[in-house]
Design a protein around this ligand. Structure first.
Ligand code: TXA
Ligand code: MG
Length: 316
């Protein structure tokens, strides 16, 4: 069921459902999350079931403040600095789990680390405070599909698997949080996202390459965020029947339909539009989705990361 957050009692009801072990989808500034009580193995297992994820992979645990995060994970000095600068906001920090944190082991998929995030969205903040428990929340899409930036996307993908969907309109950032591994000597980028690499290196110095020994998770597989149609990158000319995601003032002619990620070449606007426009073009009337070149800096890194996964050869 979709509930507008303007409906009286919607947030109180959502908090009560989460405390009772049920799943609630809610808006964050990045994408809609599929939330479950992170201290309940059963609720976390239900998240994997609802997403139809083929494997368990570690989830991001959401809390309302840095103080709450410190109850769950052990912060190094650089981790605290990153949190002080970018929380609340689209950054997830992978840290050692604090012994006795009460977190479900499944939330970490058996690792001795946990990814924590303090979201900035006011509805997410209120929900977390009302719930009074850490909330594990992957993006609220079926496994392998495009992340939801609107409540209707969640309903399409998850339907009855979720007790309640809190609707507060489209999300503002539009791509997921940046995931930073803070468990080693140098911070390493695990997933580009809403906080740019430039912003992070300015605060923390150069980032390291991810640990090659880290278990591969679906979120990091090459083919992910896959629309049903084939996706073609760096398009400079049309092919018959293709739709186009355009960037910048001029689009090549001849496409069956054109949606502009950003006419002015604004990467933040493009990120916010990316997933909903991919969904809108992913229709059998077209034979493919072509995308113009997106510059590889700032949020462009995260956009290109998602686009390359959308364009990668499909895994059976
Ligand atoms: O913006 C976001 O981060 C959204 C909203 C709802 O907050 N959440 C999200 O969660 O994107 P999810 O589960 O779709 O992505 C979690 C990512 C995955 O790439 C996962 O492998 C990585 O974080 N991750 C989580 N815990 C980890 C850990 N302990 N070690 C390494 N990677 C981890
Ligand atoms: Mg996801």
């Amino acid at each position: 069921m979709i509930a507008s957050v303007l409906a009286p009692q919607a947030l109180a009801r959502a908090g009560a459902l989460l405390r009772a072990g049920r799943l609630v989808a809610f808006p964050t500034e990045t994408v809609y999350g599929l939330g479950g009580d992170a201290t309940s193995e059963r609720a976390v297992a239900d998240i994997f079931a609802a997403k139809r994820r083929p494997h368990f992979n570690p989830l991001i645990v959401h809390v309302p403040s840095l103080g709450d995060a410190e109850d769950l994970a052990i912060f190094s000095e650089p981790a605290r600095r990153a949190a002080a600068r970018f929380w609340p906001g689209p950054l997830s920090l992978v840290l050692p789990r604090r012994p006795g944190s009460g977190l479900a082991l499944l939330a970490s998929a058996g690792l001795d680390t946990v990814a924590v995030r303090v979201p900035a969205h006011p509805i997410a903040q209120t929900l977390l405070r009302k719930t009074g428990r850490p909330v594990a929340a992957p993006s609220a899409n079926r496994s392998g599909r495009i992340s939801p930036t609107e409540a209707a996307h969640v309903a399409e993908d998850l339907g009855d698997a979720v007790a309640l969907i809190l609707d507060d309109g489209p999300t503002t950032v539009g791509i997921e949080s940046t995931v930073l591994d803070m468990t080693r000597d140098h911070p390493a980028l695990l997933r580009p996202g809403g906080i740019s690499v430039e912003q992070l290196t300015e605060l923390l110095g150069p980032l390291a390459e991810p640990d090659p020994g880290l278990p591969k998770s679906p979120g990091m597989l090459a083919s992910h965020y896959a629309p049903a149609l084939p996706v073609r990158l760096d398009a400079t000319a049309s092919r018959p029947g293709e739709a186009l995601l355009a960037f910048g003032p001029d689009a090549p002619p001849g496409f069956a339909e054109v949606l502009w990620l950003s006419r002015s070449g604004d990467l933040a606007e493009a990120a916010a539009n990316l997933f909903s426009m991919l969904r809108r073009l992913d229709r059998p009337v077209f034979c493919g989705i072509a995308v113009m070149t997106i510059p590889e800096h700032g949020l462009g890194l995260a956009i290109n990361d998602r686009l390359r996964r959308a364009a990668a050869p499909r895994q059976g």
